[in-house]
Design a protein around this ligand. Structure first.
Ligand code: G6P
Ligand code: MN
Length: 449
């Protein structure tokens, strides 16, 4: 089985390769035997290839790694395509965060005005990739990691239909953390999770036919023991009656999160820009040290994740000065993106039926949304692809948010594909985290500078 990674010079590629190396030991049918890396940046490709060869050294049945500089060559004959690109690089991420912040609203990689700006830049490139896949590898399955993942997957599905599936690590992370908080084995629970990407709710967590969520919601100590419990706080979680995705923090606690992000000396993008530029420059100079530098840089990235991305905790209160929220050790071990991607690939290639939380077309799951709208929910996966498992309808408040944000996503796709300024303005102004069309207009002008 052959895998192509578009964005093969990406910083997280060694995580994927590490998971493939582990999988190779099982000799499972349909396991990956060859990986082709494609990237527009040759220096990044050289550095990441050096990290992968060090990972493969001495490992039996390590998948061969090939580098391609033409997209056609990368795609021909492939079975799976991982699409993991960052259009505009980290410099683009910095602008997506700074321009809205200067206009007084949240600036974030995928949420709010920042996510709209990121989508406007990314959708045309993702669509072009989708067309090239359809021409060169029409039988391949595309697994989309590219953010904003829901919107980008929806745009690509207009070309590829069900052959594109979007993934994110946050829902499975939430399920795992919630299960551990009640002392359950994360592998032994089944979850009911529904929403859009970075906008979903865990509504039940069942083990042996019993829903464990009601007891968890009543248990302050258990709630304070994991990331989302601390972020939203027991009082709000009990009132809500579900566990929200960590990104909903920006919606429910918009005042506190905006204040914390605006007060921070640097945005997450600014930190990563310096960190990543430093890593790639140093590793390119001395490729033999690339693996060790990568390990160190990855650790530092994960250790700073919560402090940078979720600046407020304990029910919205900003962390006290000097108090840095940390990720749990089990979350630092990875098993996020790479694991979802691998399980998905295995399920399709080996027809091993699995349930995973994925971004796929709605197909009637939420009757109020169009069938072609991409949602994030529990899917049944096998050689036929991924289909959403029928579930309880969302409550009116959750549905309202989903409809509003889906309208924003669709206006963004329209603007990105037609160049319509009105559609771009609508996308920004209709976002629940943008409080005035005048602000939206300023953001649009700022982004065009
Ligand atoms: C999570 C989200 C991703 C997002 C990432 C940001 O993993 O699911 O969609 O891109 O966080 O992490 P970073 O280290 O880039 O700030
Ligand atoms: Mn994500």
């Amino acid at each position: 089985m052959r895998l192509t990674i578009i964005g093969g010079g990406g910083f997280r590629v060694p995580l994927v390769y590490r998971a493939l190396l582990e999988d190779a030991q099982t000799e499972a049918p349909g396991r990956c035997t060859e990986v082709t890396l494609y990237d527009t940046d040759p220096r990044r490709l050289r550095v990441i290839s050096a990290v992968l060869s060090a990972q493969a050294a001495g490992v039996a049945r390590a998948p061969a790694v090939r580098v391609a500089t033409r997209l056609e060559d990368a795609l021909r004959g492939t079975d799976f395509v991982f699409c993991a690109i960052r259009v505009g690089g980290t410099a683009g991420r910095v602008r997506d965060e700074r321009v809205p912040l200067e206009a007084g609203v949240l600036g974030q990689e995928t949420v709010g005005a920042g996510g709209v700006l990121y989508g406007l830049r990314t959708v045309p490139v993702a669509l072009e990739i989708a067309r090239r896949v359809r021409e060169t590898a029409p039988e391949a399955w595309v697994i989309n990691f590219t953010n904003p993942a829901g919107m980008v997957t929806e745009a690509m599905s207009r070309v590829l239909g069900r052959r594109v599936i979007g993934i994110c690590d946050s829902p499975v992370g939430l399920v795992r953390r919630a299960a551990r908080a009640v002392g359950a084995d994360p592998e032994a629970v089944s979850a009911d999770y529904l929403g859009l990407n970075h906008l979903g709710w865990l509504r039940s967590l069942t083990r042996n036919g019993k829903d464990l969520l009601p007891d968890l919601l009543e248990d302050d100590a258990a709630l304070e023991s994991f990331e989302e419990g601390r972020l939203f706080g027991p009082e709000w979680l009990r009132a809500l009656g579900a566990l929200p995705n960590e990104y909903l923090h920006y919606y429910y606690f918009r005042r506190e999160t905006l204040a914390a992000v605006a007060a921070a000396e640097r945005t997450r993008g600014e930190f990563l820009q310096r960190q990543q530029d430093g890593f790639f420059a140093e590793a390119a100079e001395d490729p033999l040290r690339a693996p060790e530098l990568w390990e160190r840089t990855w650790r530092e990235r994960e250790e700073t994740y919560l402090a940078d991305n979720r600046a407020a905790g304990s029910g919205g209160a900003a962390a006290a000065p000097g108090e840095v929220p940390e990720r749990d050790a089990c979350d630092l071990e990875g098993g996020g993106y790479d694991r979802v991607a691998l399980e998905l690939m295995r399920a399709i290639a080996g027809n091993r039926r699995t349930r995973l939380i994925l971004n796929v077309r709605n197909c009637g799951t939420v009757p109020a949304l169009p069938d072609t709208a991409v949602i994030e929910t529990v899917c049944e996966v096998g050689s036929h692809g991924a289909y959403p498992v029928p579930c309880v309808s969302p409550g009116p408040a959750e549905l309202g948010l989903m409809l509003q944000v889906k309208a924003v996503e669709r206006a963004t796709i329209e603007a990105a594909t037609t160049g319509s300024r009105a559609a771009a303005l609508r996308a920004l102004a209709l976002h629940p985290l943008v409080d005035s069309p005048a602000v939206a207009s300023r953001i649009l002008a700022g982004a065009g500078r």
